[in-house]
Design a protein around this ligand. Structure first.
Ligand SMILES: [Zn+2]
Ligand SMILES: [Zn+2]
Length: 453
């Protein structure tokens, strides 16, 4: 059993959530899961596997009003879940600071769990997030309902200062993601299909946010670019020992696991004014890279390391996903390129109208006195052609934007850049086209260079 636990990588996401009945707000439930949207469906009976306590039809649908993320694994999440569910028993909460006190005992003499209210859950959550054993993990609190968030803030404010006027609370990272007002009044399992993803539906359930990091590390070790330890500066023989990699983009600092840990712990000790060597931590939390100076969250580093050491297939999947992402970006760029060429063609066609319509006014048919009129007609034609060219440019731009936007759902930043460059190129091409059709051809030939990014 122990070996199966340790052979798994740190999961992409593991959460402890607070569930509330939308029908009866006083009905609450605490659970843990790596996949909140799926778990909510289970609680709501849309798929099998919900808890018996949430099976009553009159209480459905349930909603997740908040959750804590950042657990290094299911065991850690279960510990937290248990402590939050049993605050009257948890050893993580010293007896004197317990907010929930068992006033009744069960038949067997054990203390009965006091009924949980949103207020008591938030208060215990606040306490647990600051307990040293849990505070070592990179836990974050996510709030999805404004009124629950307001209750949390009120409680934090009430706890902020001790009797001596000293702030007692360490900051806990709180993220809010409330329901957009456009999708009001519909709760439950189908939320994901309404409008943009928010709340639990916007949480990254896979290793997506780590793609670049995992890919970089994979590259370093595949091509044996370990070099020297970023901390102790001794050479790192390829394929030996546990080496961790800096998570910051562009930095290839690699080091002994122990060296990184010592380095980060030293940094923490230097910043902790009340540092007591006796309660020196064994596991660091965060710090900075000695090479690039960028921030390091120990748990992220361990996530990458455990993936690399324990889940080569998962790493392969992540790297493949990154390749797909890059391909989609290339495709978006190519489509934008195509659209730009079309714009150039349309502009050129419009411009070709200009000289030909002037030529079509036969000089012999125009009395000399009407020379001024001819110029006027020509100007008029030129104006009309210009408008036509503009229209063509606009139309192409719209098509192009639609196409780019479609592809951009995968690669928004790159595509936006491409679209900008392309629009610029198309504009330049169209402008030139009105002036001189031959220049257009030149520009069109050059435009792919402009678009390549
Ligand atoms: Zn070292
Ligand atoms: Zn670095």
């Amino acid at each position: 059993m122990a070996s199966t636990v340790s052979s798994r990588p740190i999961p992409a996401l593991y959460t402890v959530y607070i569930l509330r009945s939308t029908m009866r707000h006083a009905s609450l439930y605490i659970g843990s899961t790596p996949d909140p949207p799926r778990r909510l469906k289970q609680h709501n009976g849309a798929i099998k596997g919900g808890a018996a306590r949430t099976a009553r039809a009159s209480l459905r649908p349930w909603e997740m009003v908040g959750l804590v993320s950042g657990f290094p694994g299911p065991v850690a999440a279960l510990k937290f879940e248990w402590a939050l569910t049993n605050p009257h028993l948890s050893l993580h909460i010293p007896a004197e600071s317990r907010l929930s006190v068992a006033r009744q005992t069960k038949k067997n003499g054990h203390p009965r769990r006091p009924p949980a209210s949103m207020q008591s859950i938030l208060a215990n959550l606040h306490l647990l997030l600051r307990v040293p054993s849990f505070a070592r993990w990179p836990l974050r609190l996510h709030m999805f309902v404004p009124e629950v968030h307001a209750a949390w803030n009120k409680w934090v404010a009430s706890q902020a200062v001790s009797e001596e006027g000293v702030p007692t609370t360490e900051p806990v990272e709180v993220l809010t993601d409330f329901k957009p007002s456009a999708t009001d009044s519909i709760f439950g399992a189908d939320e994901a299909e309404l409008g943009p993803a928010w709340g639990i539906h916007a949480l990254p359930l896979d290793y997506g946010p780590m793609r670049d990091y995992v890919d970089k590390a994979q590259d370093i070790f595949t091509f044996e670019r370990e070099g020297d330890c970023a901390v102790c500066h001794t050479a790192l023989p390829a394929g030996q020992g546990l080496y961790a990699v800096c998570p910051n983009a562009g930095c290839e600092a690699v080091g002994h696991l122990r060296c990184w840990s010592d380095h980060l712990l030293q940094g923490e000790a230097a910043h902790d004014h009340d540092h007591n060597p006796e309660d020196a931590h064994l596991v660091p939390k965060r710090g900075h890279c000695p090479d690039c100076g960028g921030p390091i969250v120990w748990a992220d580093m361990m996530k990458e390391l455990t993936l690399r050491m324990r889940a080569p297939k998962e790493v392969e999947k992540i790297v493949k996903a990154k390749r797909r992402q890059e391909k989609a970006a290339d495709k978006a760029a190519a489509e934008a390129d195509k659209a730009a060429s079309k714009a150039a063609v349309a502009a050129a066609a419009a411009a070709e109208d200009l000289p030909s319509s002037i030529e079509f006014v036969p000089s012999s048919a125009v009395p000399k006195t009407k020379g001024a009129k001819t110029t006027k007609t020509a100007t008029k034609t030129a104006k009309a052609t210009k408008a036509k060219a503009k229209e063509a440019e606009k139309a192409t731009k719209i098509t192009q934007t639609t196409r780019v936007t479609k592809a951009a759902s995968v690669t928004l930043p790159k595509a936006t850049k491409t679209a900008k460059t392309t629009t610029k190129a198309a504009k330049a091409v169209a402008a030139t086209a009105v002036g001189d059709a031959s220049t257009v051809l030149l520009d069109r030939a050059e435009s792919p260079e402009v678009i390549v990014i």
